[in-house]
Design a protein around this ligand. Sequence first.
Ligand code: F6P
Length: 349
Amino acid sequence: MKKIGVLTSGGDAPGMNAAVVAVALNAAMYGIPLVGIKRGYNGLLRKSESLSDDMEELRLDTVLDIADRPGTYLRTARCAEFMDPQWRKFAADTLRAMDIGGLVVIGGDGSFQGARHLCHLGIPCIGIPGTIDNDLAYTEMTLGYDTAVNVCVDAVRAIRATSRSHDRPHVVEVMGRHCGDIALTTAVSTGAEIVLVPEVRWSVEKVAARLREQIAKGNYRTTIIVAEGCWESMEPFDMYTFLNAHGKRCYEGEPISAYRFASILKRMCGNVEARATVIGYTQRGEQPTARDSAFAFEAGNLAVRLLRDGISNQVVGMREGKVFYMSIDEALKEKRHFRRELYNLVNRM
Ligand code: F6P
């Protein structure tokens, strides 16, 4: 193998830098030069003015210091052009022209689709799951998920303290795109009383009834954890008519949000002072936890070993607590399993 390339793609995730360092360590150990590709697949499409803005020779002494840093040193992006076969061919040609004989792709589902296409164009690729969402079925964890959950747990514990002081319920929105894992694990870890996720259909009226039950039992500081994708699985609710009829100005067609949901619950539950917090990007920008860093280290190590041994078109993951690899095509076919029993337990259903 003449050279190896590495890129981070999609939303940044804590642990991406640690994975790049692990790749660099291994490449250095085998004496294989490493090229860092900037801004995901965009770097391969040579979108910048200068080559140095698209690619960088990654020397071990340059990257060693980034292992525990949040964000991604290589930068990241989502690359719409990569849906186009002509651009993918351009990328494969760029890699060949640069003598890059193998590519490590650190990213989520979309990034793996890109890697799969490059594999079919003859570029050996290995994927490392890097996304806070934990939405890749083949692996027990993705890089950044543990850190994101810990950020949410810290935030919810603080919110529950102020909720208790003021006797008021709180809606907390967490990330996860179409996956409710961050929300569910946060709820389980904090004692939250209600959790709403995209995987399970729910209705505003039933949540309000559950909140009223809590209030009737003397619990005024109920925490309702909502996954950002939970609005997809909400039964139709006419927020415009409801809020306007209850003295809160709302615009027709306005999408529901955690803040609007808190306003609705307040009005459905006897004017209880419900509040809302959206945790947002702090989930992505935190320093990686030990669990994420350790996974990154092992995943980066395995990725380079596989390329060096001539094994490609694989993704690295975690199963029964152990790092493993499997075919990228098979991995992308696996169906996610949502832990419904935990969801029922939190919601006391
Ligand atoms: O995929 C990670 C993620 O943080 C999702 O949880 C979220 O929906 C999305 O990225 C946000 O993306 P962007 O950075 O484009 O706003």
